[in-house]
Structure formats: C-alpha cells, structure tokens
Design a protein around this ligand. Sequence first.
Ligand SMILES: [Zn+2]
Ligand SMILES: [Zn+2]
Length: 368
Amino acid sequence: MKASSRWFLGAIAVVLAVLSLAAGILAMPSVEDVVFTRLAEHHLRAGAAALLKDDALKVLLCGTSAPFADPHRAQSCVAVIAGGRYYLVDTGPGSSRNLMLWQLQGRELGAVFLTHFHSDHIGDLGEVNTNAWLAGHVGSLQVFGGPGVEQVVNGINQTYALDQSYRTANSGAQMLPPVSAVIHPVVINLIGPPSHEKTRRSPPMQFGELTVMAIEVNHDPAEPAYGYRFDYRGRSAVVSGDTEYHPALADAAKDTDVLIHEAQSQHLVQLIQKGAERTGDARISQTMGDIQHYHTDPQDAARIANQAHVRLLVLTHLDPPVSNPLLYRMFYRGMNHVRAHGWISGEDGTLVTLPVGSTNVNVSTIAR
Ligand SMILES: [Zn+2]
Ligand SMILES: [Zn+2]
C-alpha cells in the first residue's frame, strides 16, 4: 500500500472515531436533558414579540386552502396584526396549529371576524379560543360576524363546556377562570336596506388605532357573507372572504395597500368535473358543478385589484390548492395579461408588512 493511501485510511478512521464519540456523548441522558432544556428556553424566550411589534400593519396568512385537503395548507385564516395585538379573519380547520407553531397562542388575540359560516371558515374556532384561554387571554374572546354568529358561537360554547370544566377543576379558577373560557358573539349589521347589488358596509369599528369595517360580498346562498377592511395609521388591507366576482368590493378596497382575495380556478374545477364524469363519480361531478358560481377566478380577482388600484394582490382560499409547479402554471394561466405585476400566490406563512410612515409593501415568509 502506498503511503498516501495509508494516510487516507488513517484519516477516515480518526473521523469515524470522533463521530462515534460525539454520538455517544449526545446520547447520554444528562446531555439530552441539557440540550432539550436549552431548546425549550430558546423557544419560550423567542415568543411572538417581533411579529407583534407596533411599527406596521401586518397581514399573515394562517390558512390558504379551500375545503380540498392539502398537507401544507390549513383552511381559511388571515391574521391582521396591529397595535401589539392580532385579529383573525376566519379560523378554518388546521389554522390553530399554524398559529401555535408561530407562537401566536392567543394572549394577544384582539378579536375574531367571521366572513360567513361555511365549515372551512369556522372549524377551528373552538381550538383557537381554548388555546387563547390556556395562554392567559383575559376576558371573553369577541367573535364578530353577520346575523347567525350567535348560533355558531353558542354551539361552540356548548361543545367545549365539559372540556373547560375539566381544565378549571385541574388548574383552579384563578389560573383558568370560566368567564374567560366562553366566546362572545357580536353581530355586525350593515347600513341600509338589502339590494341585489350587495353594496352595503358596516359602521366603522374601533380597536385602539385600528379601524375595521365589514363589506357585503356575494356568496349566495351563504348569506350573510362579509369581507373586511382594516385601516391602521395610514396603511390598509382588505380581506375578501368567499365571494363570486363582486365589483362593489373594488369600491370598498379603493387604494388600499393589500387585497387578500379568494381564488378558484374555474378551468381546473371543470377539468376535475370532467374527470369525475368519466370515472362515474356523480357526487364529485355535481359538487364541482355546484361550487363554480360562487367563487372568483384568479383573473377576475386581478380585475378587482386593478379596479381598486391596490398595491399588492394576494390570492388565497386556493381551490384546488396550488401544490406543484404544473398546478401553479395552470391555476394562474393568463393571469399576467390582466395584472402583470403586484400579485402573489399565498402560502401558509406568507407575511405582508406595511411599515407605518412608508408606502413600502414587504413580502416575506414567517420562520417555522
Ligand atoms: Zn370557503
Ligand atoms: Zn364559503
């Protein structure tokens, strides 16, 4: 054997010995305990303070899927962050998990605004409230929505009553007061008589320096259906909720910084419908036919954004979920002809930051 080969084999033997020694040390119970404790301390210290910093209006997508299941997307949820607190527009299934992963457990949760009462928008309301209560949220969490919100809230309070009694019995009423465990419904009524055009809005609602307004949209037969507009120290965001193409939304979103708009690719839904017809799945075929009229194609969402002159359009409630490059291309086919710039496809964790005193629109992804 040549001297260079002997040297090489010797070096490998030394590296393997060091690695196995290191693996042995790391596997010692006392070392594992120290590593785990340090990681837990780091996690607890980090919190969500940076995210909640009071220097911007922020919009964080906490659920971007419609009812189609997707491993990387929860269902409808948008967090609006302002004044050191955050506000949730809808709490779709899976959204409470995202919020927990991002350390938004609920102590700073200002309120929940429901757009309408389809299950993909309300499924995690009980979990969001329970997490907030456990995290030390003071008082009843307010849940705003159109008429019907009382029925949803009362049902969830009833469903969670036993869970809450067990937890208070275990930790004491000082730690987990029953009064803070229940959610409180607040009905938002719109101004003026109903009309076919659905152009009504609510009076402005004030949360510190944050102003919130409900906007009537068209998701018939899901009625009422609202979008919401948020204004904070000169910056603004609108969340469409579920709606068909609704030009009145462009008026309500006029000149806002960010429009978060639902999107359903009618072309892809029609292809699924055809596939279901060929495989003899009548239920899927009918469902794909039934959902087409009350959602908005991405190109129509872009038209609303153009009419409103918003700086950034963020597509969400993606139906079907955009889960690979092929689907992305098909979902947004022709999009750039309508709006060449100023739009993005939303992902769970997409964070839009609108600094106060600036016209900047900064897009990032929250660290997981
Ligand atoms: Zn929906
Ligand atoms: Zn809906």
